[in-house]
Every structure is written in structure tokens, then in C-alpha cells.
Design a protein around this ligand. Structure first.
Ligand SMILES: Cc1ncc(C[n+]2csc(CCOP(=O)(O)OP(=O)(O)O)c2C)c(N)n1
Length: 371
């Protein structure tokens, strides 16, 4: 593995004179964002176990990678997230309730319930590209979007985030190659969290780590401690600066660990050795950042208690609002596809609405009849 960048030591110390370039308020915002992710995970697990949502993706252990990377991106930039990037959205001020609307697939969901839970997409306050289920397909999308912004001479950088398993997809290879040849303003962030569902890294690649793969494409690379928020932030910032100067893409491998299951449908105790979990528990990313804040005299026990209570209450309220929001109207089956709805689709819609009315199953919703 190439040299790993670490900034915050396990005791929370940084080198004398180190400056992350964040105000006290911004540092606390980073910490709060990580706590929001933990609360989001906790509530989604309860919602799923009680049968109120179908599915969620745990983020436990990856919070510093998500928030560190997000903190390096401007609001005008684009994020092409993996499905395990809740912290990137929350850091940038995407409202938990809007994420919860997606978890419930209700009428307020940006995709009107037509996506799986966790498949968020937002345009405000940051461009948060729709999450793709097929592994690696969003890498060429990010490269295409980045190349388009280069052609338009926009000052926009595109961060694309994916897992170690994502490096085995064809999207990874074609995306990396095109980005390097076209000098597209992209940052490839590989979150090496140890496993791709139950497949450990040693069965995923014969390379010495993942970052080294960038060398073959003619792209600079950096391995960072993914549980160290500043290491991730600094590497992503350096990569965005290169991209803004027109020097092209970079790849970052953040070495971290998925402390929870792959999804709420998974039981990691079946394949992750206990000793491995114990080893990574000691490297908790939230704990490490807390120790840093403590050394900076920005953290107190009271602040911790208040922040934990507030973040949990915020996510709880978001879940309650989303659960009470009605499901999407039947008409959304037909909306947002055709500018001019073809006659055969129109007649199918009319047949369906009439049938469901007669059966009392569902109604066409309160929205405008789209046909
Ligand atoms: C093309 C494709 N193949 C297989 C899957 C099934 N699948 C879903 S998640 C996943 C593991 C991906 O692991 P990784 O990229 O390391 O991300 P992580 O879940 O660890 O964050 C797989 C194989 C899929 N979604 N898409």
C-alpha cells in the first residue's frame, strides 16, 4: 500500500501549527454532521426492524471519510455519491426530512417513490447526483458531467465516491481512463471499507491497495486514513485544487472500516471476524475527532449531551413527518416520462384510474392529472 496520510493522531493531536482551514463553528459543524449520520442510522434500523421502511444502509465507521470529503467541496460542485454517503448530504445541509421522504418513498420524495430507499437525489443546496444501485455505473456519469463542465469553462469539480468493490466494475476502468485522457475535473474517492458485502479486500484485488491502480491511468493518487477527517479533507482539497487548475483527475483511497452490516438485510457476524471488529472499534472516527476538539477546547460534556440529544430529536422528527406523509398518487406512474403522453399510455392510465376507483384501492392522487 502507498504511504498513508494521517493528520489527527489517535489521541486527537495534530502537528504543531497544523491548520485545517476551518473556523471553530465549521469544526463543530463537522462533528455535528457525523452525529447526525449516527442518529440517522439508529432510527433507520429501528424503522426497518419494525417494518415501517423496507431497507437502509448503515454508515457506522465511515463518517469521517464522508464528512471530510464533503467539507472540501463547494456548494457549486457536484457530488456523485455511493449509497453509503449520508454524511456528504447532511454536511451540506440537505434536510434529514427530505432524506426520510425517500426512505418512505412518499409523495414528497424527490423521486416520488420510484426509487429504492437510500437512493437520494438533490439539486439544492448542493448537486447530489441520484444514487445508482448498479455498482460503478456512476463513475462514467461523473466523468461525463465533469468533461461537460470543462468544455463550458465552469469552475466546478466533481467528486465521485465508490467502494473497494466498485474498483472491479467496468465503470471504474472506463471512467478512470476517460477522465485522465480528457483531464476532466474529477476526484475519484475509493472508500476501502474492508468488504464488498461479504467479499474481503484480499479476494477483491491482487494489487497492493487500491490507490495504486491510478498509476496505470496516468493519474496521481493518495492513500489516506479514512477515519481521520482532516486527512480525507486535505487530500480531497488538494485534488480539487489540481482539478480547478485544469490539471485533471486524482484518485484517493480512504482506508476505513464498515462497522455495521452491508445493509439492514445483512448479518456481518457471519463473515467478519470478531477480532477485526474489535481492532477497528478502537479507531472510531467520531471519537478521534472528538479528542481533537477537546484538545482545541471546543468540546465539553454538556456540548456532547446537547448535540447528541438535538441530532437524535431532529432525525426522529424527520422520520415522523415522513411517515405521516401520504404515498405518491397513482398518476405518478405516468408522469415525468413523456412531454406529450402517447394515446395508448393515456388510455391505459384512464383504465387504471377508473379500475382503482371502482375497487377503492387507491386514487389518482391530489396532483394535477398528468395525461
Ligand atoms: C453491477 C452490480 N453487481 C453487483 C451488485 C450487488 N452489490 C450491491 S452492493 C455490492 C458490494 C459493493 O461493495 P463496495 O463497492 O465495496 O461498496 P460498500 O458496500 O462496501 O460501500 C454488490 C456486489 C450491484 N449492485 N451491481
Amino acid at each position: 500500500m502507498t504511504d498513508m496520510l494521517t493528520v489527527i493522531s489517535p489521541t486527537g493531536a495534530t502537528k504543531k501549527g497544523y491548520d485545517a482551514g476551518l473556523s471553530d463553528e465549521e469544526l463543530l459543524h463537522c462533528y455535528r454532521s457525523m452525529l447526525l449520520v449516527r442518529s440517522f442510522d439508529e432510527i433507520c434500523l429501528k424503522l426497518q426492524r419494525s417494518g415501517r421502511i423496507g431497507f437502509s444502509i448503515p454508515n457506522l465507521g465511515i463518517e469521517a471519510t464522508q464528512v471530510g470529503a464533503a467539507s472540501a467541496m463547494r456548494k457549486t460542485d457536484w457530488i456523485f455519491p455511493s449509497y453509503r454517503d449520508f454524511g456528504m448530504a447532511l454536511y451540506h445541509g440537505i434536510k434529514p426530512v427530505d432524506m426520510m421522504h425517500n426512505m418512505f418513498g412518499n409523495a414528497e420524495d424527490a423521486a416520488k417513490g420510484r426509487q429504492m430507499p437510500v437512493h437520494f437525489s438533490f439539486v439544492d443546496p448542493i448537486h447530489f447526483y441520484s444514487i445508482s444501485s448498479p455498482i460503478g455505473t456512476h463513475l462514467p456519469h461523473a466523468v461525463g458531467a465533469a468533461y461537460a463542465s470543462k468544455v463550458r469553462k465552469e469552475d466546478t469539480v466533481h467528486l465521485v465516491s465508490f467502494g473497494d468493490g466498485g474498483t472491479s466494475s467496468s465503470g471504474f476502468h472506463s471512467g478512470m481512463n476517460f477522465a485522465a485522457v480528457w483531464k476532466a475535473p474529477v476526484v475519484f474517492l475509493c472508500q476501502n471499507n474492508g468488504y464488498a458485502i461479504s467479499c474481503p479486500s484480499e479476494d477483491q484485488t491482487a494489487s497492493d491497495g487500491y490507490a495504486i491502480k491510478a498509476q496505470a491511468y496516468g493519474m496521481p493518487h493518495q492513500t489516506v486514513d479514512g477515519n481521520d477527517l482532516f486527512a480525507v479533507r486535505d487530500a480531497v482539497l488538494a485534488a480539487t485544487e489540481r482539478a480547478r487548475k485544469g490539471e485533471g483527475p486524482s484518485m484517493i483511497e480512504a482506508v476505513t472500516f464498515r462497522m455495521g452490516g452491508h445493509s439492514t438485510s445483512d448479518d456481518p457476524t457471519k463473515y467478519v471476524p470478531k477480532e477485526v471488529v474489535e481492532k477497528w472499534k478502537k479507531k472510531d472516527p467520531v471519537e478521534r475527532f472528538r479528542k481533537y476538539l477537546q484538545k482545541r477546547k471546543l468540546w465539553t460534556k454538556e456540548l456532547e449531551e446537547t448535540m447528541r440529544a438535538e441530532t437524535l430529536a431532529e432525525i426522529d422528527a424527520a422520520a415522523k413527518t415522513a411517515e405521516k406523509t401520504p404515498g405518491p398518487g397513482l398518476e405518478t406512474i405516468f408522469s415525468d416520462v413523456f412531454a406529450e403522453v402517447p394515446d395508448h399510455i393515456r388510455s391505459q392510465g384512464e383504465f387504471l384510474f377508473d379500475l382503482s376507483k371502482r375497487r377503492g384501492e387507491a386514487d389518482a392522487g391530489d396532483g394535477e392529472f398528468p395525461l
